[in-house]
Ligand binder design. Structure first.
Ligand code: G3I
Length: 337
C-alpha cells in the first residue's frame, strides 16, 4: 500500500485533504475515554470529537471505580460519558464487567459460591440494565485466559468456578438482549498459544449456546516485535468463521524499545499493517485506540515514557495517524478494474 505524505498541523493547516479518521472508515473508529479529561483538556475533547465516532470508557465502568462498596455505586462518570457520546452521536462500547484487575476490596476470594453468584448477578444486572438499549456492546469478560494458557486464577473462578465466564454472558444478555457481547483479551492477535487458547474458549462457549457475539483483540503492540500481519489475518479469519464479530479493542504501539531507523515511521507501518490485515473482512467491525494522544496514556506509568498513540502531546497528528487512515480508507476504495 503506498504511503501518503505526512502533512503536519491538522486541522486546517497543511492542506491535508484526507478528512477525519471516522470518515475514512467503513467501521466505527473509537478511543478509550476518561470523562475527567473531557472536562479539563480542550485539545483532548476537540480531537476526540473531530476524529472518532465511538468511545470506550477507559476506567469509568470497571468494577472498582463504579461499584466500590457492596451497596455503593459511583455512576456519575459513566453516566456523563454515555450522555456525552449520545449528545455527539458516538457509539459506546462498555468496558468491562468481569475482570481480575481494578476490583474493590469487598470482593472476597473466600466467599461461598451462592454469594459469588449473587454478587456477579447484581453487578451485571445493575450496570448493563442501567444502560440497556443505549450501549452498542460490552466487554463482558476480560482477560480470563492466563498467559500460559488455561483459565486464569481469579476471584471469580475461585468462588464461582470455571462456569463464571458463561454465567457472566448469560446475565449480560438477559439484562440487555440487544447489546453485542464480547470476550476481550491481549496477546491473542496473531499466532501463538494465547490466541489458540482464546479461540478454544470462545468455541467452547458457542458450543454451549452461550450468548457471545464477538472477540476483542486488544493490540497493545510493541513496534520492536509486532505480530505478523498474515498471522493476524489468519487468526481473525478463524474467529469470524465461528460466526463471531471481531474488533480491535485497545490499540496502541509503543516505540521506546525500537532500535534502528525512524521509530515514528516504524510505528506508522506497524499500525497500518495490523489494521490493514483486518479491514474489509466481513464481520470485522471496528477499531478502538487506547487513548487519544501521547499526552495521556497508561503506557507511561506502566512501561516508561513513550509515544504510543496517533496524536502527539500537542494533538498534532503523527505519522501513525496517516498510516491508520490509509489502512482504514483502503478497504473502502473500489477495486481497480
Ligand atoms: O482514579 C485513581 C485516582 O483516584 C488515584 O488518585 C490514582 C493514584 O494512583 O489512581 C487512579 O486510578 C488509576 C486509574 O488508572 C485512573 O488513572 C489506577 O491507579 C490505575 O491502575 C489505572 O490504570 C488503568 C489500568 O487499566 C488498570 O489496570 C489504566 O488507566 C487503563 O488504561 C488500563 O486499561 C487496561 C484495560 O482496561 C484492559 N486491558 C489492558 C489495559 C491496559 O492495562
Amino acid at each position: 500500500m503506498p504511503d501518503t505524505p505526512v502533512t503536519p498541523g491538522l486541522p486546517g493547516g497543511g492542506g491535508d485533504p484526507g478528512g477525519p479518521l471516522w470518515a475514512a472508515a467503513s467501521v466505527p473508529v473509537g478511543a478509550a475515554v476518561d470523562p475527567d479529561l473531557l472536562q479539563r483538556d480542550e485539545g483532548y475533547r476537540a480531537t476526540l470529537l473531530r476524529e472518532f465516532n465511538a468511545v470506550t470508557p477507559e476506567n469509568a465502568m470497571k468494577w472498582g471505580p463504579v461499584h466500590p462498596t457492596e451497596h455503593g455505586w459511583n455512576l456519575d462518570p459513566a453516566d456523563q460519558l454515555v450522555a456525552f457520546a449520545e449528545g455527539h452521536r458516538m457509539r459506546v462500547h462498555g468496558h468491562t464487567l468481569v475482570w481480575h484487575r481494578q476490583l474493590p476490596r469487598w470482593l472476597d476470594s473466600g466467599m461461598p459460591r451462592h454469594r459469588a453468584a449473587r454478587v456477579l448477578a447484581t453487578h451485571i444486572e445493575t450496570l448493563v440494565g442501567r444502560y440497556r438499549g443505549r450501549l452498542a456492546s460490552w466487554d463482558v469478560v476480560n482477560e480470563a485466559i492466563a498467559d500460559g494458557g488455561g483459565l486464569r486464577a481469579t476471584v471469580f473462578r475461585r468462588t464461582y468456578g470455571d462456569g463464571y465466564v458463561a454465567e457472566a454472558f448469560r446475565l449480560a444478555h438477559a439484562a440487555d438482549p440487544g447489546a453485542r457481547l464480547y470476550y476481550n483479551d491481549y496477546g491473542a492477535e496473531g499466532a501463538g498459544r494465547k490466541s489458540d487458547a482464546v479461540y478454544a474458549l470462545v468455541r467452547q462457549l458457542l458450543d454451549e449456546g452461550v450468548p457471545l457475539h464477538g472477540v476483542g483483540l486488544e493490540m497493545h503492540l510493541r513496534a520492536a516485535r509486532p505480530p505478523e500481519p498474515a498471522a493476524i489475518a489468519a487468526n481473525v479469519a478463524r474467529l469470524l468463521a465461528l460466526g463471531l464479530e471481531v474488533r480491535i479493542s485497545e490499540m496502541d504501539v509503543r516505540i521506546r524499545t525500537a532500535r534502528g531507523g525512524d521509530p515514528l515511521a516504524l510505528q506508522r507501518r506497524v499500525y497500518r499493517d495490523a489494521i490493514a490485515a483486518c479491514m474489509g473482512m466481513p464481520g470485522f467491525i471496528g477499531v478502538t485506540f487506547w487513548g487519544v494522544s501521547d499526552r495521556h496514556s497508561w503506557i507511561h506509568t506502566r512501561f516508561g515514557e513513550d509515544r504510543p498513540l496517533l496524536f502527539d502531546r500537542d494533538y498534532a497528528p503523527k505519522p501513525a495517524y496517516f498510516g491508520v487512515r490509509d489502512a482504514l480508507a483502503a478497504a473502502r476504495r473500489p477495486r481497480p478494474v
